[in-house]
Design a protein around this ligand. Structure first.
Ligand code: BG6
Ligand code: MG
Length: 219
């Protein structure tokens, strides 16, 4: 029986990937190189410092640890300029009706994000009250595909992983959910997320019953 749903934030509830991309690209450009939106796919679900390491590798740039911290801070301040302007109308299509349906059915809701900005974002878009548990990048010490972020959330909700569905847009996030023994629904394209129990392009027109039926068929 599914008793709870745990949502990743970036790319599932809101499209912050485009803001991360703009801010990381600005950093790369200031360091004298560029990268594509396809490269950016590899950064989804990866922590701030993990993302910086990858980007520096792509640019063939070596920095000292203090320099890395300073650039990561710069990127975060550019990123925060975008997210602090976010409005509730940036919640992705279909998400609000889906969350309202869960609330009506007494399905518990949690957030499991690698982002240290997660609380600010859900507050900004008016969803803070909906989530009974919020585990963000400040609380989770291990990066996805480690299941820690979701395991902490399930424990906080008082549920077993087998009673929870995790919704994730990142390949590493789906992997984390599966590693923790959760049902995993991938949001995006099957070519990136084929290991999930179910892949949907978005929440538009989908009911909780549709999702339950599909994951039980595959499980
Ligand atoms: C994840 C994003 O949710 O959070 C990653 O998918 C991001 O792209 C990570 O790097 C950390 O975010 P922040 O806000 O702590 O820099
Ligand atoms: Mg994500």
């Amino acid at each position: 029986m599914i008793k709870a749903c745990i949502f990743d934030l970036d790319g599932v509830i809101v499209d912050t990937a485009k803001y991360h991309f703009l801010a990381w690209r600005r950093l790369a450009n200031e360091l004298g190189f560029d990268f594509s939106e396809e490269d950016n796919e590899q950064l989804k679900g990866v922590s701030r410092m993990g993302s910086l390491e990858l980007i520096l590798q792509w640019g063939g740039i070596r920095l000292s640890e203090p320099e890395k911290l300073a650039w990561a801070d710069k990127k975060n301040s550019w990123y925060r300029e975008y997210i602090l302007k976010m409005q509730p109308d940036e919640i992705l299509d279909g998400v609000l009706p889906f969350l309202a349906e869960l609330k009506g059915k007494d399905i518990q809701m949690g957030l499991g994000s690698a982002s240290k900005n997660a609380l600010d974002i859900i507050t900004q878009i008016g969803l803070r009250e909906l989530f009974e548990s919020v585990v963000d990048g400040a609380r989770a010490t291990k990066s996805k595909p480690d299941p820690q972020v979701f395991l902490l959330g399930a424990a906080e909700l008082g549920r077993q992983p087998s009673e929870c569905i995790v919704f994730e847009d990142a390949a590493k996030g789906v992997e984390a959910a599966l590693n923790g023994g959760f049902y995993a629904v991938g949001i995006g394209r099957a070519e990136h997320l084929g290991h999930a129990h179910l892949v949907i392009p978005d929440f538009k027109g989908l009911s909780f019953e549709d999702i339950l039926e599909a994951i039980h068929q595959k499980a």
